[in-house]
Design a binder for this molecule. Structure first.
Ligand SMILES: Nc1ncnc2c1ncn2[C@@H]1O[C@H](COP(=O)(O)OP(=O)(O)OP(=O)(O)O)[C@@H](O)[C@H]1O
Length: 467
């Protein structure tokens, strides 16, 4: 059983890297730089490959249209879409058009090959789900996230589109849990039905039950009339239960029963209310701890945790900070009807190194504040609130690390390999030259500046490396 992989990618470097890695993995492959050449060879043959790796932006057309065409002709074909500009919409479209997977660039080549192998298996056994949908849905609010950790979230939303499975979102406060819950709803078959959000931590414990299930007139003191609960309001749609870890045990028991039976009584009520509601729950707590201490029911946990989603803290996606900030500055400016301000590059770099305990919400609030308070269209570090002026750690905000990071990302996206092998000796050489200059050629002093022994320095000077 030999598998063939075809590649459509206009970037020669990426083609080259993929070809070599596929050959190493003993897979035969052919590659094309545009749709025209690909189709010229594809069409006369019947399904000449099991897997196609396809770029989204190609010089002579759109990879997504090619994806639709291929899936129509050959539903069991596994197509992996690659893209450098990965937003939630493209992730959703890619899956809706029936792609096997979505591979954001720059990608890890081993990961890409592992994915191809998975695709081959799926293609041979033809077990993959083929869902070709042409419906376009409301997109709602933008979710920004180029960082790999966010791409994983987009992939999950894309895969879950068209499903109504329960999802449990874990993440610190302000990481975007509710935003993601809304996106899951908007991309589900329930999109035209209500999305109702309820935060357990925000309601007094003794009112949670009636808030969820409603109550009849006179059910308790103060219940002057019948009231619909959130479950009924969410009928046919999605109920987002935020801070689920704060739900009291007796309500958990009741919730579990409602989820199992699809029906309940209002507080103080006699009539059965039938409901069909998808639950998306969220928490910033580690529910495993609550399970072992008996504060959270294990059976409910498993019922809610069908699909777990983890929202990364903002510090784990610092590369997204400039785009997020630009988005929030834009939003604040249009809300206030003033001109949009922008961050000076040094301010961007500074923000990328702050700790952000309040995550994206804290950044959003900062951008509102800056829109009002910063004196000029370009925001400098000195314009930030005093508490954000200094770095929390002893490490300084070093532009060179960010430059290095961007440079490495670029090199990788162009298919460069074994980067460290080349870069480390260069770094040593640069520092060595600086140290010698600073010590006016005094080797002992230069070695001290670098934290090396004198012998090491001499060896390096003689170009002998570590050997
Ligand atoms: N990736 C993102 N792109 C754009 N806006 C975002 C993103 N993540 C979060 N936001 C915005 O940040 C704010 C906080 O997000 P959200 O309320 O979804 O966080 P949360 O995790 O539910 O917070 P909490 O746990 O405190 O309720 C919202 O205004 C949301 O629109």
């Amino acid at each position: 059983m030999t598998a063939t992989v075809w590649i459509v990618e206009d970037d020669e470097g990426i083609r080259w890297v993929l070809e070599r890695a596929l050959a190493q993995a003993k897979l035969s492959c052919r590659s094309f730089s545009n749709i025209h050449d690909f189709l010229a060879d594809w069409l006369p043959n019947s399904a000449p490959a099991q897997v196609v790796l396809c770029d989204i932006r190609l010089p002579d057309g759109d990879g997504l249209s090619l994806l639709s065409q291929l899936k129509q002709q050959c539903p069991e074909l596994a197509v992996i879409m690659m893209t450098a500009h990965s937003d939630l919409d493209s992730a959703i479209k890619v899956y809706q058009k029936g792609a096997f997977e979505y591979l954001p660039k720059p990608f890890d080549i081993d990961h890409a090959i592992a994915l191809v192998q998975k695709a081959i298996q799926a293609s041979f056994s033809s077990t993959q789900a083929v869902s070709v949908s042409t419906t376009t849905q409301e997109h709602g609010r933008t979710i920004i996230g180029e960082a790999p950790a966010m791409q994983a979230v987009f992939r999950a939303i894309g895969k879950l589109a068209n499903s109504s499975m329960a999802v449990l979102i874990n993440g610190q406060s302000g990481t975007g849990k509710e935003l993601v819950a809304r996106a899951l709803h908007q991309h589900s078959p329930r999109a035209t039905r209500p999305f109702i959000a309820l935060n357990m931590a925000a309601i007094p414990k003794d009112l949670i039950e009636s808030e969820l299930f409603g109550h009849e007139k006179g059910a308790f003191t103060g219940a002057h009339q019948r009231r619909q609960g959130r479950f009924e309001q969410a009928q046919g749609g999605t109920l987002f239960l935020d801070e689920i870890g704060d739900m009291p045990l007796d309500v958990q028991t009741r919730l579990l029963r409602v989820l199992a039976e699809g029906q309940f009584y209002r507080v103080g009520g006699q009539a059965i209310v039938q409901v069909n509601v998808r639950i998306i729950a969220a928490t910033h707590q580690d529910l495993a701890v609550k399970l072992s201490s008996g504060e959270f029911r294990e059976d409910l946990f498993h019922r809610l945790n069908v699909i777990p989603l983890l929202m990364p803290p903002l510090t784990e996606r610092a590369q997204d900070i400039p785009e997020l900030a630009a988005h929030f500055l834009n939003q604040a400016a249009s809300e206030l009807d003033v001109a949009t301000k922008r961050l000076h590059p040094s301010t961007q770099a500074h923000l990328q190194r702050l700790p952000w305990p309040g995550n994206v919400r804290q950044l959003e609030n900062l951008c509102r504040w800056l829109t009002v308070m910063a004196p000029a269209p370009e925001i400098l570090i000195s314009d930030l609130p005093q508490t954000l002026h200094t770095q929390p750690s002893s490490r300084q905000a070093c532009a060179w690390q960010l430059h290095l990071q961007h440079w490495a990302e670029q090199e990788f996206s162009q298919g460069r390999q074994a980067l460290l092998t080349e870069v480390l000796p260069e770094v040593e050489q640069i520092l060595l030259t600086c140290a010698l200059k600073h010590s006016q050629g005094h080797k002992q002093a230069a070695a001290k500046l670098l934290g090396w022994g004198r012998n090491t320095l001499t060896r390096k000077l003689n170009g002998k490396g570590d050997g």
